[in-house]
Design a protein around this ligand. Structure first.
Ligand SMILES: [Zn+2]
Ligand SMILES: [Zn+2]
Length: 283
């Protein structure tokens, strides 16, 4: 037991020794690690330079691509339109615009301007309206020569007091027989006046009246030019009032048949002194 190693006796020496060993080991380890770090940058620096070099070309590729597209055939070169500009003026009816055309075939319409509308001149009457038919008037655009047409209403004839009263009495008789009323037909007024006058001439010269005209033609030729389906005539002489005329016609079978003919639709009345004419029309 004499040679037994006394730990307690050499306790401080042992601690000091182990600390020294530990410290030396630490110094060796740190110096070895440092040697690794200092050698590393020398090898990695050139790598850092090569990575920055490609970044510069990527900045210039966009410009170099447009000038030398062969360098990078895989990426499609972007086409930038080069517009040829043409101004399309607005017309009377169509809007104007700027037409942009590129050599690639693409077109674009920009800057729209409103159609101007027509610039019409004065109306010009091409056909005068009459009692029987409508008239026509035209005007022309001074810009595009387009013709604008318009119908002019038929003239409206206002029957005078005698004519109105005769129409009233005729329609009264027709109403008594459940027949539709006649309308006054102003377009036949001139014809009725002519027949009243011709009747007066015959009455004064021949002391007789008849349904042939002075030239021997039938009375109905006085209605030439008026489009109709049929016509009838009543004439009389030597009577002074509308009432007398209507009574005498109704007392004569042939004249009454005209007044009560269901086919007739219109009436015109002529009067010249004591001579009278009723023209019945089917229109
Ligand atoms: Zn283009
Ligand atoms: Zn026009």
């Amino acid at each position: 037991m004499k040679y037994k190693f006394n730990i307690k006796k050499y306790k401080y020496q042992a601690i000091f020794l182990s600390c020294l060993i530990f410290l030396l080991a630490g110094i060796i380890a740190v110096s070895a690690f440092r040697g690794n770090i200092t050698s590393a940058p020398q090898e990695e620096l050139p790598l850092a330079e090569t990575t920055t070099i490609p970044t510069q070309p990527t900045n210039t590729t966009s410009t170099s691509n447009s000038t030398e597209p062969e360098d990078e055939p895989e990426s499609e070169p972007e086409h930038i339109h080069a517009w040829t500009i043409k101004t399309i003026q607005p017309t009377c009816e169509e809007d104007g615009y700027i037409l942009n055309t590129c050599s690639c075939g693409e077109t674009e319409k920009t800057n729209p301007t409103k159609a101007t509308g027509h610039s019409y001149g004065e109306w010009e009457i091409k056909k005068e309206p009459s009692l029987a038919s409508e008239g026509v008037k035209e005007r022309q655009c001074i810009s595009c020569q387009k013709i604008d047409k318009m119908v002019i209403e038929k003239l409206v004839y206002q029957p005078n007091e005698i004519q109105s009263e005769m129409l009233r009495l005729v329609n009264e008789e027709r109403a008594n027989h459940n027949l539709p009323a006649l309308k006054y037909y102003g377009a036949a007024q001139e014809a009725a006046d002519i027949r009243a006058h011709e009747t007066r001439v015959q009455y004064e010269t021949e002391h007789d009246i008849h349904h042939t005209r002075p030239n021997g033609d039938s009375w109905s030729t006085v209605l030439d030019g008026i489009e109709l389906l049929g016509a009838g005539e009543n004439i009389c002489a030597g009577l002074t009032t509308v009432e007398q005329v209507e009574i005498s016609f109704m007392n004569s079978t042939a004249h009454r048949e005209n007044i009560l003919n269901p086919r007739f639709t219109h009436l015109a009345v002529g009067e010249d002194g004591v001579c009278w004419a009723q023209l019945f029309l089917a229109l």
